[in-house]
Design a protein around this ligand. Structure first.
Ligand SMILES: Nc1nc2c(c(=O)[nH]1)N[C@H]1C(S)=C(S)[C@@H](COP(=O)(O)O)O[C@H]1N2
Ligand SMILES: [Mo]
Length: 406
């Protein structure tokens, strides 16, 4: 780590003149190089609330946007927590809220018998464990040719984990069922809203269609441990198959209502906005995840060329709302495809499957791609759906990797 940082720095310093020509107008070459170097080290550090994470497995875009490296998913199906991506739209609440998880209070509204329940009380209502893919709506945004603004996630704003908690259905039963006419289930995040601000502008409050209730849970555990603050403890709304943002962390209120939330994050963002249009509430909300897969190895992250001979090409695949049924792999940019084999256990329709296919590769240039098909029969497309915020990229071509075999 150290030597390469040092040599990188020397490189930056020695090419300072070139950089100045390239247009860092207001800065001297030396200060430009140092500023760049500083930005790099600042971006590298993990924020305090996620300091327990495994830095070498992660790309730290900012304190609130941290992704898993393509090489760091492993082949053990479940993503270890210290490798799992983190995304906060606003700064997370204080670490104090996870000190006594059982004491956290959830307020339940829009039901026949509205009430406040502690996590301890919720634990008495039921228990299920849900293995599932958690993936940010913007995962793969880095590959949009239109360069939408927002974090340039490549493949790593995703993980496969097990959430445990109580089914929403059991909570509804315990509170007399939802009020007549309800069309949405809305979860409100527990972040503090700074005084003087209109809560709708910053609060993380997401509404979901009622069909999302079927498999949704209120979770207090992730991979067998209490949910840490970074991942939404003490209590999180989990909606399997739906993109990250719909899985509200630090949930403090669950409501059933005729209307969707008035929060900006519901009304004016996370919508499939056609290029060049303004986002509005009539555009499709980003809810369900589409079928997707990507190669995890070889990945070129070591910077070394692959040796010729037998190579095990690995990756992961999920179907979104149904299981991944099949994966094909191509090493020639999508001209020819071979079937891959799934690796490890099948943990149900919301989890991903890891896959592998052994191939003899002679020296040369390859473009390695994978293409998944879901149980529902949907094939991962070659092209993404263009949209101005860069959501839901599942293009196999975008996720393809160039690999040199020596
Ligand atoms: N309360 C709250 N919930 C939230 C967010 C947030 O900022 N606040 N971010 C959402 C987004 S955009 C994503 S992608 C996921 C990220 O989950 P993770 O940090 O556990 O990986 O949480 C979602 N839930
Ligand atoms: Mo997200």
């Amino acid at each position: 780590m150290e030597p390469s940082n040092l040599s990188r720095r020397r490189m930056l310093l020695s090419t300072g003149g070139v950089m100045a020509l390239a247009g860092t107008a207001s800065l001297t070459p030396l200060s430009a190089a140092l500023a760049q170097e500083k930005a790099k080290t600042q971006a590298k550090a993990l924020p305090a609330y996620a300091s327990w994470k495994h830095l070498d497995s992660l790309i730290v875009h900012s304190a609130n946007t941290i992704e898993t490296k393509r090489s760091a998913f492993g082949s053990g199906l479940i993503t270890p927590l210290d490798r799992l991506f983190v995304r906060n739209n606003v700064a997370p609440p204080s670490e104090q809220i996870v000190a006594d998880p059982d004491a956290w209070v959830l307020s339940i509204k829009g039901v026949k018998n509205p009430k406040d329940m502690t996590v301890a009380e919720l634990k008495r209502l039921g228990l299920v464990a849900v293995p599932m893919v958690l993936q940010c709506s913007g995962n793969g945004r880095a590959y949009f040719p239109e360069k939408p603004s927002g974090t340039k996630w490549t493949v790593g704003a995703a993980g496969c984990i097990v959430f445990s908690g109580v089914p929403i259905k059991a909570v509804l039963e315990a509170t007399g069922g939802m009020e007549a006419g309800a069309k949405f289930m809305t979860g409100t995040g527990g972040e503090d809203i700074p005084e003087g601000l209109d809560p709708n502008t910053i609060m993380v409050e997401r509404s979901l269609p009622l069909e999302a209730i079927d498999d949704a849970i209120l979770a207090w555990e992730i991979n067998g441990q209490p949910i840490p603050l970074a991942h939404g403890g003490p209590l999180r709304l989990i909606v399997p198959g739906y993109t990250g943002v719909n899985n509200v962390k630090y949930i403090k209120q669950l409501a059933f209502s005729k209307d969707q939330s008035a929060a900006s994050i519901q009304q004016n963002s996370y919508r499939m906005t056609p290029m060049g249009e303004k986002t509005n509430v009539n555009q499709e909300s980003v809810w369900e995840m589409p079928v997707k897969s990507w190669i995890t190895s070889p990945n070129g992250e070591s910077g070394e060329d692959l040796k010729a001979g037998l190579v095990q090409i690995q990756g992961l695949a999920f179907g979104g709302m149904s299981a991944a049924k099949e994966v094909e792999v191509s090493v020639d940019g999508g001209k020819n495809w071979v079937k891959a084999n799934f690796v490890g256990p099948d943990l149900g329709k919301y989890a991903w499957r890891q896959f592998v296919v052994g191939m003899e590769l002679k020296p040369g240039q390859y473009e390695i791609a994978s293409r998944a098909t879901s149980e529902a029969g949907t094939v991962q497309p070659e092209e993404r759906v263009a949209n101005s915020h860069g959501y839901l990229n599942n293009s196999w071509r975008d996720h393809m990797l160039p690999v040199t075999v020596a």
